[in-house]
Design a protein around this ligand. Structure first.
Ligand SMILES: Cc1cc2nc3c(=O)[nH]c(=O)nc-3n(C[C@H](O)[C@H](O)[C@H](O)COP(=O)(O)OP(=O)(O)OC[C@H]3O[C@@H](n4cnc5c(N)ncnc54)[C@H](O)[C@@H]3O)c2cc1C
Length: 438
C-alpha cells in the first residue's frame, strides 16, 4: 500500500501529527520503535503543558498572555529562537488544550488534589501516560494504522511516489512506501555513544530520564542526508536525579527536589555550590550541569531531620545516620572533609536552608539526569525540513523534540516540551495532509 503520510515516532508529536493528518483526510501509518507497553515517548512522564490564555478556563486559572509567554521564552533561550516559529508555538498553544480534549484527553481542574497552583500550565488527568493512551485510542479509532516494535532505519527519497522507509522489528524488516513523511522520532539523548561524543566525560555517569528508543538514528540520518542542524549538541536540560534510579527511563519520580534545604558535597566530602541556583523551580537545571562536573558525576545532598520534614516524598528512601561521622562512613566520604563542609554550611546557611544539626541526618546520592539535548534539525513555518543548502523537499516534515532547538536554543520553561511537540506535530500533520490532498 502507498500511504499518504507515514509518521516516524509515536510520542506526543507523532500522535498529534498522525491524528491531524488523518482528520484532514490522509491515510496514515505510524511507526513506533517501542513495544505497545512502553508507547508514548517522553510525554508518558509529563505532568503539565504550557498554554497562552486570555481568561480563566476550567482547566487553567487566571490569564497568561502571548507577550508574557514570549518574554519568558526569550528570557531562557536568549537570541537564536526562530521568531516566526516562536509565534506559531505561542498562538498554537492557545488552541492545543481544546484540540487535545477533542481527541479524548481529560484535563484536571486547577488547584485540585496535590497539584500546585499554575496559571501557565494545564495538567492532564491521570498524568502524561493517560494522555498518551487517550491519543492512541483516538488515532486507532480514526483509522491510523499503528505498528509497534517497528523502528525506521532507512529513509530514501524515491521521486514518485515519494519515500521508502525501511522499518525493522528485530531481524524482520519491511519496506513502506509513502507520499510524505513526518519525522517525530525525538532527539538523540538516549544514545550513550552519541552523548559521550558531545558531552565527553560528563556523559559517563549521566542518567537518561526518558525513553531509550529516542536514540537519534533518524536525526543523524536526516543530517547525513543534508538536513541543516540547529542548536548545540553539547548542551541539554540536565537536572539532579537519584543515583540509585535506572540508567534510562526513570521518568519524573527520581528527580531530587530538596537541594534548597540542604548541603551538597562531592564524593570526597567537599562542599559543592551553585551560587545563583536559589530555591525557585529553575534551580534543578542549574544543579544538573554542576553535578555533571563533579568527579564520577556523583554528589550527595545532605539534610537533617528538619530539612527532611520539608522535602517532598522521594522514590528511594534517604540513607540515614545519627551522626556526621556515621553518615560519612555510610556514604564513603572523607570524614574530616565532610565535617568541615557541614561546619562551613552551618556557619552561613543559604536563605532557604537551616543549619544541619538535628538527627537523624539523611543523604541522597545524585547524578545528572538528562531530559533532552538542545540540538535538532531546521524546519520552516510549514514544518518542512530545511536542507543545509536552503532547499527543502515538499514532502518531508519534522515535529517535536527533533526540531525543538529551532525555538529553544538553551534553557527550559516548565510545560514547554509537550506544548511544543503537540502544537508542531498537529501543524505538521495538517501540512502533510494538505500536500497529499492538493
Ligand atoms: C522525565 C521527563 C519528564 C518530563 N516532563 C514534562 C512535563 O511535565 N511537561 C512538558 O511539557 N514536558 C515534559 N518533558 C518533555 C516532554 O516529555 C518532551 O519534550 C516531549 O514528550 C517530546 O515529545 P516528542 O514526541 O517530540 O519526542 P519523544 O517523546 O522523544 O518521542 C519520540 C518517539 O519516537 C520513537 N522513535 C525514536 N526513533 C524511532 C525510529 N527510528 N522509528 C520509530 N520510532 C522511533 C520513540 O520510541 C518515541 O516514542 C519531560 C521529559 C522527561 C524525559
Amino acid at each position: 500500500m502507498l500511504w499518504d503520510v507515514t509518521v516516524i515516532g509515536g510520542g506526543i508529536a507523532g500522535l498529534s501529527a498522525a491524528i491531524a493528518a488523518r482528520r484532514s483526510g490522509a491515510s496514515v501509518r505510524l511507526l513506533e520503535a517501542a513495544p505497545q507497553s512502553l508507547r508514548g515517548g517522553n510525554a508518558r512522564h509529563g505532568r503539565n503543558f504550557r498554554l497562552m490564555h486570555a481568561s480563566p478556563l476550567c482547566y487553567v486559572p487566571d490569564r497568561y498572555d502571548a507577550n508574557e509567554f514570549l518574554d519568558e521564552l526569550h528570557g531562557v533561550t536568549g537570541a537564536g529562537t526562530d521568531p516566526s516559529l516562536a509565534q506559531l508555538l505561542i498562538d498554537g498553544s492557545e488552541t492545543i488544550a481544546p484540540w487535545l480534549i477533542g481527541n479524548g484527553v481529560h484535563l484536571q481542574p486547577p488547584g485540585t488534589g496535590v497539584m500546585p497552583y499554575s496559571r501557565r500550565t494545564a495538567f492532564p488527568l491521570g498524568g502524561g501516560k493517560a494522555m498518551m493512551n487517550a491519543l492512541y485510542a483516538t488515532a486507532a479509532k480514526l483509522g491510523v494504522v499503528i505498528s509497534y516494535d517497528s523502528e525506521a532505519r532507512a529513509l530514501v527519497r524515491k521521486g514518485r511516489p515519494g519515500w521508502t522507509i525501511e522499518a525493522c522489528s528485530n531481524a524482520t524488516c519491511e519496506t513502506i512506501e509513502a507520499r510524505s513523511v513526518i519525522a517525530c522520532a525525538g532527539g538523540a539523548g538516549a544514545d550513550p555513544d552519541w552523548l559521550r561524543t558531545h558531552f565527553g566525560i560528563a556523559a559517563e555517569g549521566m542518567m537518561i530520564r526518558g525513553v531509550p528508543y529516542a536514540n537519534g538514528r533518524i536525526l543523524t540520518l536526516l543530517i547525513d542526508s543534508g538536513a541543516c542542524p540547529v542548536g548545540d549538541p553539547a548542551t541539554g536540560h540536565i537536572v539532579p536525579v537519584d543515583a540509585r534510579g535506572p540508567r534510562m527511563d526513570g521518568g519524573i519520580v527520581t528527580r531530587i527536589t530538596a537541594i534548597p534545604y540542604g548541603l551538597v558535597v562531592d564524593r570526597s566530602g567537599r562542599r559543592v555550590d551553585v551560587t545563583d541556583a536559589g530555591a525557585q523551580p529553575t534551580h534543578y537545571a542549574k544543579w544538573g550541569p554542576r553535578i555533571a562536573a563533579c568527579a564520577d558525576q556523583l554528589a550527595f545532598l545532605i539534610l537533617d531531620a528538619r530539612g527532611m520534614a520539608r522535602a517532598a516524598p522521594s522514590a528511594f528512601p534517604p540513607i540515614t545516620a545519627q551522626s556526621r561521622a556515621d553518615l560519612a562512613v555510610a556514604l564513603g566520604l572523607d570524614p574530616v572533609a565532610f565535617a568541615g563542609s557541614v561546619d562551613g554550611f552551618n556557619a552561613v546557611p543559604p536563605p532557604s536552608a537551616r543549619p544541619i544539626v538535628a538527627p537523624p541526618l539523611a543523604a541522597y546520592p545524585m547524578r545528572p539526569g538528562l531530559t533532552f539535548v538542545h540540538y535538532g534539525i531546521k524546519v520552516d513555518d510549514t514544518m518542512r525540513v530545511v536542507q543545509a543548502d536552503g532547499s527543502r523537499h515538499d514532502n518531508l516534515f519534522a515535529a517535536g523534540m527533533i526540531m525543538t532547538a529551532n525555538v529553544l536554543r538553551r534553557g527550559y520553561l516548565a510545560g514547554l516540551g509537550i506544548t511544543l511537540s503537540a502544537v508542531f506535530g498537529r501543524r505538521a500533520g495538517e501540512e502533510a495532509a494538505r500536500y497529499v490532498t492538493g
